[in-house]
Design a protein around this ligand. Structure first.
Ligand SMILES: [Zn+2]
Length: 255
């Protein structure tokens, strides 16, 4: 068993007490690769350090919509420098979050569009965080669709919305939400997405899958997510993990 956790926040303080012990153990559980996502400029050095310490951790760097209002003038320069770090493989996570609205929507849209333009000019894939903002997101993505590649992270929408993402050339990543009791919509979407566009992720320490609800999430829980997605598709979980490992390597250009 070998899998790729395409969305982790391993620099989160909830890992401070046992980070090295946990990370050292993960390859023994079948973890082949992880993409660690830094969401604010201040977190970039922490993710960089993890990618330097562990050969199987790669980095994504971007300004999350929660922090859009705090992005200083010149933040794009900093994002762009981070993408020159060794093992930087994606710009993200970026997007719109109208659920929490931590930053004014207009600011979120501007910071999202500016980072999409940067990804486009540098030819980097994007990691998208979209919550309750799908209409605006699609309008902005269409404006930058030329050369667009990336992943809709933590997907919990309908098969219909998944189809729009796939049509735009995006990959769709499923996480713990597919294991939840009332997961009808994401399960339908997981059954729909073409096998070569599927990814798996934990979004750890958040979004812990069943049967570990209430605990801290970590990449070793990917098989529970794989099991739910595989069941929705009527396929073998092992085979699904293999396919998503290949897909992740392809999208993030990891040899
Ligand atoms: Zn995330």
């Amino acid at each position: 068993m070998m899998y790729f956790d395409t969305h982790t926040h391993l620099t989160d303080e909830r890992f401070d007490a046992d980070r090295d012990a946990l990370l050292s153990s993960l390859p023994h559980h079948g973890l082949a690769l992880a993409l660690d996502v830094a969401c604010a400029l201040g977190d970039f050095p922490k993710t960089l350090a993890l990618t330097q310490a562990y050969p199987w951790i790669y980095g994504a760097y971007g300004v999350h919509p929660h922090y859009a209002a705090e992005a200083p003038d010149g933040y794009l320069e900093e994002v762009s420098s981070a993408l020159r770090y060794p093992k930087a493989k994606a710009l993200g996570e970026i997007g719109l979050d109208y659920h929490y609205d931590f930053a004014p929507r207009e600011t979120q849209r501007r910071v999202f569009a500016e980072q999409l333009a940067l990804a486009q000019s540098l030819g980097f894939p994007v990691v998208l965080h979209i919550r309750e903002a799908f209409g605006d997101c699609m309008d902005i993505l269409r404006a930058y669709r030329n050369g667009l590649c990336g992943v809709m992270h933590c997907f919990s929408g309908s098969a219909e919305i998944a189809r729009e993402c796939v049509d735009l050339g995006l990959y769709v990543a499923f996480g713990g939400a597919v294991t939840f009791k009332n997961a009808h919509k994401p399960i339908e979407a997981a059954a729909y997405v073409p096998l070569d566009r599927l990814l798996l992720e934990t979004d750890c320490p958040y979004m812990t899958p069943v049967p570990h609800r209430g605990e801290r999430n970590d990449p070793s829980f990917i098989p529970f997510i794989a099991q739910a997605v595989a069941q929705a598709r009527g396929m073998d979980a092992e085979e699904l993990m293999q396919a998503t490992l290949r897909n992740g390597k392809q999208l993030f250009q990891i040899p």
